[in-house]
Design a binder for this molecule. Structure first.
Ligand code: E4P
Length: 222
């Protein structure tokens, strides 16, 4: 399973890139809005996207904000021109799927976002989406079962051999990553704090402490 980082924060992306484990980035307008204008950060969102593409050698999702298909297509072409890593995020609407069809015919990769039902994912795949992003956390927040949605989408894509990849999104905790991996989802896009939590286990720390103490004792002079 590929791990993407779900952020537009350049410091987090720089740090995550240094681990050598992150293979892509997802952003959205809310994540970008938090970063623009921060001290030392680029002021134009195109510059942020370009810098992210420089840092990570993999797909970088950048989202359109237009609502009608022709405007989405225009915006998507501009986003795709920023860097070859850019994948254009398109919202799961009827207009969005019209845009996905046109962009896919032009060879522009798309990530259909805000997917909350298996039939939405089916339509996105039929339209030619490269990726679909089911938002598991937002479903769980409303006492639904986000992972059940992921399982259904994977089953549908497998039934018909769709090449569309599933990005498990709106990840809230390591258990979401575990369940995505157990289901065989191609990708999980994970916030920085949750990625950090994946590394940690108190027994690892305790074990290390014990090894160090024993080693120091054995090597103490005299
Ligand atoms: C995915 O591509 C989105 O950016 C993201 O996962 C949304 O997550 P949220 O529900 O935490 O906003």
């Amino acid at each position: 399973m590929k791990l993407f980082i779900d952020t537009a924060n350049l410091e987090e992306i720089r740090e995550a890139a240094s681990w050598g484990l992150i293979e892509g980035v997802t952003t959205n307008p809310s994540l970008l809005a938090k970063e623009l204008g921060k001290a030392g950060a680029p002021v134009r969102f195109e510059e942020v996207i370009h810098e992210i593409c420089r840092l990570i050698d993999g797909p970088v999702s950048a989202e359109v904000t237009s609502e009608q298909a022709p405007a989405m297509v225009e915006e998507a072409r501009r986003l795709a021109a920023i860097h070859e890593h850019v994948v254009v995020k398109i919202p799961m609407t009827l207009e969005g799927l019209k845009a996905v069809g046109r962009l896919s015919a032009e060879g522009i990769r798309t990530n259909v976002t805000l997917v909350f039902s298996p039939t939405q994912a089916l339509l996105a795949a039929k339209a030619g989406a490269s990726y679909v992003s089911p938002f598991v956390g937002r479903i769980d927040d409303r006492s639904g079962d986000g992972m059940e949605l992921v399982a259904q989408i994977l089953q549908i894509f497998d039934n018909y051999g769709f090449p569309t990849e599933v990005i498990v999104a709106s990840v809230r905790h390591p258990r979401h990553v575990l369940e995505a991996a157990l289901l065989g989802a191609e990708i999980a896009t994970v916030p920085y704090a949750v990625l950090r939590a994946l590394f940690a286990h108190p027994l690892t720390d305790l074990g290390l402490e014990g090894f160090r103490a024993d080693w120091e004792r054995a090597n103490r002079p005299g």
